[in-house]
Ligand binder design. Structure first.
Ligand SMILES: [Zn+2]
Ligand SMILES: [Zn+2]
Length: 257
């Protein structure tokens, strides 16, 4: 990639100024960011190269690089210029439902045990408020087990909620099932647990505001052209499909110089 204002290679840039970018058919200007194909030598806008995932010349599999040795690391700059498309919404919704079920599982089982054990019944039917024994004959064991599941479940759910997108390859279990992942846009790597905590902390904080807070992140996801919610903007992350990530990272077009 060559930034026209860099005075290292003005003569190099001059070769390509006023030529047409084969992808968008616009004229390349002196301050455009361009890459030149290593095989066919055609100059493209960086965004156009990325959007096309490579050279636009039919059958060409050249690398994005400078035709002349300009002394800068093309691969490094290109990594930052990678742009992912917006992840589809239905898999995202599906992933978030799955993650909620996973996070809430122990808690829900605890609640069910308490209901079956009749803990709630004993208060309403019998009115023995001063005595915490369930009165329908279910043992203390189930009662304590239910309480432990609820308390443990809340702790596990909170922990999972914060670190989930840093598990493995930037994938919570829900995202893994839906073929999605979270990428750290700074260096194009799978989301770390720290970044996961940051993007999900914002989600959690907003959800503490009743009604209005619950709507904010879903609305931002719909409105943002990359589907990035406020937590993503803070953590510089994006939800993408695993397919797209692998296509970009495994492709020969992105190998280093
Ligand atoms: Zn272009
Ligand atoms: Zn080419």
């Amino acid at each position: 990639m060559y930034k026209g204002k860099n005075n290292k290679g003005d003569s190099f840039m001059n070769r390509y100024v006023n030529r047409e970018c084969p992808y968008c058919h616009r004229i390349i200007r002196a301050d455009d960011n361009i890459v030149v194909c290593s095989k066919c030598g055609i100059a493209h806008h960086v965004e156009c190269w990325n959007e096309n995932h490579g050279c636009t010349t039919y059958g060409c599999d050249g690398d994005p690089r400078a035709a002349l040795n300009l002394g800068f690391n093309t691969s490094e700059i290109l990594t930052q210029a990678v742009e992912y498309s917006k992840a589809p919404l239905w898999p995202r919704l599906w992933a978030s439902i799955l993650d909620s079920i996973i996070a809430g599982a122990a808690f829900m089982v605890g609640i069910i045990i308490l209901i079956v054990a009749g803990v709630f019944d004993s208060y309403t039917y019998n009115g023995y408020y001063s005595d915490y024994t369930p009165y329908n004959g279910v043992s203390y064991g189930w009662y304590i087990f239910g309480i432990l599941l609820i308390v443990g479940g809340i702790i596990c759910a909170l922990t999972y909620n914060f670190i989930k997108d840093g598990i493995g390859k930037g994938q919570s279990y829900g995202k893994r099932a839906a073929g999605l992942m979270v990428v750290d846009l700074k260096d194009n790597t799978p989301c770390s647990k720290g970044k996961s905590a940051l993007r999900n902390l914002i989600w959690t904080a907003l959800n503490m505001i009743p009604y209005i807070g619950w709507l904010i992140e879903p609305i931002v996801v719909l409105a943002n052209d990359k589907g990035r919610r406020l937590g993503d903007l803070a953590a510089n992350t994006q939800v993408i499909t695993v397919k797209e990530y692998e296509k970009l990272t495994n492709s020969d077009q992105w190998k280093t110089l």
